[in-house]
Design a protein around this ligand. Structure first.
Ligand code: PGA
Length: 234
């Protein structure tokens, strides 16, 4: 199967910058290429597989500044990033769980981001943290639901360094084991956290279903280089 690529554009691009990028990306548009623009730029990417960067858990209501998962599904958004490290600064596992449940009920595919902090890593408690995040986020989620898990070590996001291929494969294997224990089957596992032009060749793995790109997804040359590398191992 062709690998999944998710482009998390975060709050990096103005409308005009996103438009230039979109025009350059038209040839890359396929079912495994997912774009998560900011809400203002979503219309520009309407012909791509759209992913929201966040959503609320309620379908409608007095929630100033929030975006409803129901409304997202009505305008054709297919995916939603939930539990992203940058959201975890203000969201806990229980809130993320409410969002995952609600997103799946609205036929959105959650891309559930999990990952340990630097301190967790230094204290050798990565496995414990990943297990806890998965367990809570997936409570009451229908066992047949489709969702992806993106493993992103929080301390490696937005930098230059990433894990080694072996470290990534070990964590992905562990995540698969936990998902099986929780009764979920066939969910795709992605990896993210400073994946870029200089390290993609070193970390490409048959055991990872795809990659979640942040910074690198906003630079057309870097993104195209990464896409071509990923395509070469399909
Ligand atoms: P990064 O971001 O590639 O810039 O580290 C990845 C992410 O935050 O999803």
């Amino acid at each position: 199967m062709e690998k999944i690529i998710v482009c998390n554009q975060k709050m990096f691009l103005t409308y005009d910058e996103a438009k230039v990028l979109m025009n350059e990306l038209k040839d890359e548009n396929n079912e495994n290429f997912i774009v998560a623009p900011n809400f203002l730029n979503m219309k520009l990417f309407k012909d791509f597989n759209l992913c929201a960067q966040n959503c609320h858990y309620e379908n409608a209501g007095a929630r100033t500044g929030e975006v409803s998962p129901y409304h997202l599904s009505l305008v054709g958004v297919k995916y939603v990033l939930l539990g992203h490290s940058e959201r975890r600064e203000v969201e806990d596992d229980y809130l993320i769980n409410k969002k995952v449940v609600s997103a799946t009920k609205n036929s959105l595919i959650p891309i559930l981001c999990i990952g340990e902090t630097y301190l967790d890593n230094q204290m050798h408690r990565t496995s414990e943290v990943l297990k806890k995040q998965l367990k809570i986020a997936l409570t009451s989620v229908d066992k047949d639901s489709i969702f992806y898990v993106a493993y992103e070590p929080r301390w490696l996001i937005g930098g230059k360094n990433t894990l080694t291929k072996n470290e990534i494969e070990d964590s992905v294997k562990y995540i698969k084991k936990i998902l099986t224990e929780l009764g979920f089957k066939n969910n795709k596992i992605l990896y993210g956290g400073s994946v870029n032009k200089s390290n993609i060749d070193l970390i490409l793995s048959n055991n990872v279903d795809g990659y979640l790109l942040g910074n690198a997804s906003c630079n057309i040359d870097e993104l195209k280089y990464i896409i071509n590398c990923i395509k070469s191992v399909k």
